[in-house]
Each structure stands twice: as structure tokens, then as C-alpha cells.
Design a protein around this ligand. Structure first.
Ligand code: FAD
Length: 569
């Protein structure tokens, strides 16, 4: 445990399959094997996943202290924020991936990689069961088991279809590099089909109807990229059919980009309207077949069948099946997402030494609410049950700093109770000394519980968690050797490691036409061309290697000079 070193001294397993055995199922010996454990006392860490969380953990881990194995079906890291750009060729797929072995090569100590997927976690016996994703050549030797001391589970999430019939079969997801490449090919397919001589105008129109389901950042960015591609490149190359093209964005809620500031939401909706992108708000997709998508209007119940050429499904994420099975085994069967505490330790039976981070897990909000209650308790020093406005404001600032979602909800006035309480004091001459009943504030804040939900499933959260966990791991040995610990953590009840705290660094929503909306720290909102340049600089600087940085910048340059490549490769 991060709270007490002796528990930490147990094995560390990263949800990468490291360690254990490259056993053929028959019981071959472990990867970490008895020999290596005799040679030194380094703990075996298995990291499952080579995405944002797993890779950031790996990059920041002092690998000389552990025996590390990374297990993932993907032998590369992918810079997902640029995936929508790959769908239309603004950047090339290979420019945004970095081979995981390039990263491992730079690590000191014993670090290895196995290209396989974990299909079962045996927490009781500290083993992960894995299967190679190679299609041929292994003849019955695909499966193996790896032992761990510490397991880091960073396997991300899968696209969520909400069990809508026909979605798996007929729509495109946008989660992986392959998805983006398939979409790119399919867009061109639609144009080449629509351009064939024997089609009626109606058929051309249907083939060139692009439907995007989901008005979150990914759906909106894809719709914007597609619109730019059509306007800037395809309309020149397919002049005969350009007037048949239509993009529809379907969103079940009342607005797109719900998690952004209201000004950004409004700007995006207006811009899409100007661009001719049909935004269907308050519409749920109820069925998809090979020719049409069926939507139901929430307010009227009206069902419409809309013919399409291509549908991209981007409605959020769901839990991977092997994680759901694992949750059942450890007593989390009644939850939807794997829960951890604020030290990213998985809660449940036999979960000692198992950590989960990124999109595959969530920090248990019960703890967050306890934390908020503790902040109020601390503020109410004299136990009077009341707080002055000034103190209340300080407390709210503290809470907002720790939990940026609260800040956003307050700002958007979605937490009406609290906003009303804070505004009650406005214009009041005695506002400094006016007192509020803490219980009243807490009742209002309990709305946070249902509204705040979890940390957003973003690369920013995953990367910060990976960095945090690596720092804790790097200090574990020091803690073991010095159980008394530094002064700061000797007191009873204090934690040896700080709990994970998310720092929101802002968020972008590219809207096409070289315009981006940016919600920056300090609640600054910037929309337009200048934010687009900020977006270019941030995303260039965030690339994981200089190779990626140069490739991405050169792709942007090529696109400015020559336009995007419309070959169907
Ligand atoms: P992932 O990055 O998904 O990595 C999961 C890893 O686990 C992968 O390597 C996968 O192969 C591996 N894996 C899967 N199953 C197994 C298994 N059974 N065993 C072992 N390994 C397994 N976030 C932002 O902050 N800003 C953005 O602009 C942004 N844009 C996005 C655009 C798109 C199109 C998408 C899809 C996402 C975007 N995100 C963005 C979200 C961000 O990509 C995710 O939040 C982030 O990838 C989560 O990181 P992760 O490490 O948890 O999961």
C-alpha cells in the first residue's frame, strides 16, 4: 500500500504483462522465473497496456529498482488526440505512433515487452493469463501465464455501443489507429461509389451522407476534420458530386460539447450551422442497419430512418470484458467501472499490489465526498455548524482546486443550489460576516455526488496518473529502508504518499476552418485562429519523441502546401 511501506514491499504488478511465465499453458516456467528472483530481490512489475497511462508510468519509472514486463496487444504508443486528423490524412498514422521498444530501449535495468493481451487476472495467486494476438505460427503456444508482485492495469476502455442493435456491425469506431485508417479509406470509397455512372441522384446523396453519432470532443472534432477535408480537398477532386455531400451530427443531449464552458458549446453549434453541418440535438440512435440509421427524438418520440454512406460512432467508453470478469471476482460486480482508492490501488478481495489507472478505472467518488466533508469539518474549527461567507468561499475554492469538475459545474451554473447560496450574499453589505449553515451547504454539495461523476476519461488524467504512480514506485524502496519515514509522514493517520490529485491543464476542441476552442486554466476561454496556433504548439510539444514531433509538423506543412492525400490505400 502507498499508505504503509511494508505492504508496498510486496510485488508490484503493472497491468502490462511482465514477470510471470512465458508459460505455455502446460505450466512452463515464469518469465520472471525462479532464476532471476534468486539473482536479486527486485520486485516483478507487470504493466498491462501501452497507452497513455501505461507508457507514462513506464517512462517515469526508475526501472533499475524493478524487474519490469510490459504486456499489450499493441507494440506501440498512439497519440490519440491526433486520431481525428488521421481519419482524413491531415497527419499520417505512422507519424503519431512510437514503437514501445524504442521507449524500452532507453530504460535502464531489466525491462521487457510481450505482445499479447491479458484475458484473466488471478489476483489470489498473483498471476496474469495472456494470449498472443498473432494469428498464425504459434500452433497451440499462444497462451501463457505471468507472475507478478505488482500489477499495473492500464488497459484503457472500449467503445460503448449501449447495446444499440447494428452498431457493432455497421458503424466505425474511432478508438485505435486501425479505426482511423479504415475511416479514411471508407470516406474515399463513398466518393468513388457516388461518382460511378449508373447511380441515381438519390443514391449519390445517400452514399455521401456522413453521420457522426456523439457530440463529445471526439465526434465534434471528427465532424470538423471531415468538413475541412470535403471543403478544401474533395470538392475540388469530385466536382460532379460535391453538391450531394452532407454531414449530420447526432447527439442525445440538448447540446454538443457538454463538458465545455457554455460559450464554447454555443460557438461550436453556431459554427457548425454556418458550415452546413446538420446538428440533431436530443436525438438517440435506436438502430442501425446496412443502409439506414434510425433515430428517436427524445421530446416527441418521433422515429426517423436516415440513409447513410458511412456512420462514425463516438458515444463514449465502456469496460473491457476481462476487466468486468475481474471485477466480479474481487467483489466489484455491482459497479460499472473498476474502482480504486485515491492512491490508485484497486479496491477488493486479494487486490494487494494491484493498481489501475487511466480509462479502465475510476477513483471511488465516495472517498471524494468524504474528502469534501473533511474539508468542511476542518473549516468549522469551533464546531459551531456555521461558516461565514468568506470562509465558505475559501472552502469552495479549495474544493474547486482539488476537483476541477466542481468548478466547471459552478461556473456553468449547473449546480443551482450552491450557486444560489453563493449568490445570496451578493450585494449584501455584511457579507463577510454573514453565516451559512454548513448542513445546508453540504446538502447543496451532495448534488456534486451525482453530477461530478468521475474524472474525465482523458489522456491528461491517464498521463498524470501514470506519472504519479511511477513517482510512488520510485520511492517505495527508500520507504522500505527507512520505515520511520521523513518527519512529514511519521504522524499517525498521515499517508506516506500523497493521494493522487488531478491538475486540469485545460482542454481543446478543434472546430475546423483553422479555429479551435480552448478552455484554459483559470477559466479562460479562447476561441478562434489564435487558439488553433496554440493547439498546434501544444500538440507538437506533447509528442512522445522528436521523431514524432518532426513527422507531425512535416505532415501539417505538407497539408498546407499540397492539401491532403485522397488516394484509397
Ligand atoms: P489507452 O490509451 O486506450 O491504452 C490502453 C492500452 O491497453 C492499449 O495499449 C491497448 O492495446 C492495451 N490493452 C487493451 N486491452 C488489453 C489487454 N487485454 N491486455 C493488455 N493490454 C491491453 N484525451 C485528451 O486528454 N485530449 C484529447 O484531445 C483526446 N482526444 C482523443 C481523441 C480520440 C479519437 C480518442 C479515441 C481519445 C481521445 N482522448 C483525448 C482520450 C484519451 O485517448 C484516453 O483518455 C487515453 O487514451 C486513456 O489512456 P489509457 O492508457 O487509459 O488507455
Amino acid at each position: 500500500s502507498f499508505q504503509d511501506c511494508p505492504r508496498y514491499s510486496k510485488a508490484l504488478v503493472l497491468l502490462t504483462v511482465s514477470g510471470g511465465g512465458f508459460l505455455a499453458y502446460s505450466g512452463a516456467k515464469s518469465f520472471f522465473g525462479p532464476d532471476s528472483s534468486l539473482q536479486d530481490d527486485r520486485k516483478r512489475v507487470i504493466v498491462l497496456g501501452t497507452g497513455w497511462a501505461g507508457t507514462t508510468f513506464l517512462k517515469n519509472l526508475d526501472s533499475t529498482q524493478y524487474d519490469v514486463k510490459v504486456i499489450s496487444p499493441r507494440n506501440y504508443f498512439a497519440f490519440t488526440p491526433l486520431l481525428p486528423s488521421v481519419t482524413v490524412g491531415t497527419v499520417e498514422a505512422r507519424s503519431i505512433v512510437e514503437p514501445i521498444r524504442n521507449i524500452i530501449k532507453k530504460k535502464l535495468g531489466n525491462v521487457g515487452f510481450l505482445e499479447a493481451e491479458c484475458y484473466e487476472i488471478d489476483a489470489k495467486n498473483k498471476k496474469v493469463h495472456c494470449r498472443s494476438t498473432q494469428k498464425t505460427g504459434l500452433e497451440g503456444k499462444e497462451e501463457f501465464i505471468v507472475d507478478y508482485d505488482y500489477l499495473v492495469v492500464a488497459t484503457g476502455a472500449r467503445a460503448n455501443t449501449f447495446n444499440t442493435p447494428g452498431v457493432e456491425e455497421h458503424t466505425h469506431f474511432l478508438k485505435e489507429i486501425e479505426d482511423a485508417q479504415n475511416i479514411r479509406r471508407n470516406v474515399i470509397d463513398c466518393f468513388e461509389r457516388a461518382n460511378l455512372p449508373n447511380l441515381s441522384d438519390e443514391e449519390r446523396k445517400n452514399n455521401l451522407h456522413f453521420v457522426v453519432v456523439g457530440g463529445g470532443p471526439t465526434g465534434v472534432e471528427f465532424a470538423a476534420e471531415l468538413h475541412d477535408f470535403l471543403e478544401e480537398d474533395l470538392s475540388r477532386l469530385y466536382p460532379q458530386v460535391k453538391d450531394f455531400v452532407k454531414i449530420t451530427l447526432v447527439e442525445a443531449a440538448d447540446h454538443i460539447l457538454n463538458m465545455f464552458d457554455k460559450r464554447i458549446t454555443a460557438f461550436a453549434e453556431e459554427k457548425f450551422q454556418r458550415d452546413g453541418i446538420d446538428v440533431k440535438l436530443g436525438s438517440m440512435v435506436v438502430k442501425v442497419n446496412d443502409k439506414a440509421i434510425s433515430t428517436k427524438e427524445r421530446s416527441t418520440g418521433l422515429v426517423q430512418h436516415i440513409p447513410y454512406g458511412m456512420v462514425v460512432w463516438s458515444t463514449g467508453i465502456g469496460t473491457r470484458p476481462f476487466i468486468t470478469n475481474f471485477m466480479k471476482k474481487i467483489g466489484q460486480g455491482n459497479r460499472r467501472v473498476l474502482a480504486t482508492d485515491e492512491w490508485l490501488r484497486v479496491e477488493g478481495e486479494d487486490c494487494d499490489g494491484i493498481y489501475a489507472l487511466g480509462d479502465c478505472a475510476t477513483i471511488n467518488q465516495r472517498k471524494v465526498m468524504d474528502d469534501i466533508a473533511a474539508i468542511f469539518k476542518k473549516a468549522d474549527k469551533d464546531n459551531s455548524g456555521t461558516l461565514t461567507v468568506k470562509k465558505l468561499q475559501e472552502v469552495m475554492e479549495d474544493i474547486c482546486e482539488r476537483y476541477p469538475q466542481v468548478k466547471l459545474y459552478l461556473k456553468n451554473k449547473r449546480m443551482k443550489n450552491i450557486v444560489a447560496l453563493l449568490e445570496e450574499s451578493k450585494g449584501d453589505d455584511n457579507k463577510e460576516s454573514k453565516e451559512f449553515d454548513i448542513e445546508r451547504v453540504k446538502t447543496a454539495l451532495s448534488a456534486v455526488d451525482s453530477q461530478m461523476k468521475n474524472l474525465p476519461p482523458t489522456a491528461q488524467v491517464a498521463a498524470q496518473q501514470g506519472q504519479y504512480l511511477a513517482k510512488c514506485f520510485n520511492r517505495m524502496k527508500e520507504c522500505d529502508q527507512n520505515p520511520e519515514g521523513p518527519l512529514r509522514i511519521r504522524d499517525e493517520g498521515r499517508h506516506r504518499f500523497h493521494p493522487f490529485r488531478y491538475r486540469h491543464l485545460g482542454q481543446f476542441a478543434p472546430l475546423g476552418g483553422e479555429q479551435t476552442a480552448a478552455q484554459l486554466p483559470g477559466d479562460l476561454v479562447s476561441i478562434g485562429h489564435s487558439s488553433q496556433w496554440l493547439w498546434y504548439s501544444v500538440y507538437a510539444s506533447k509528442q512522445v519523441s522528436w521523431r514524432n514531433r518532426l513527422l507531425v509538423i512535416s505532415d501539417w506543412g505538407k497539408r498546407f502546401v499540397h492539401g491532403r492525400d485522397s488516394s484509397r490505400l
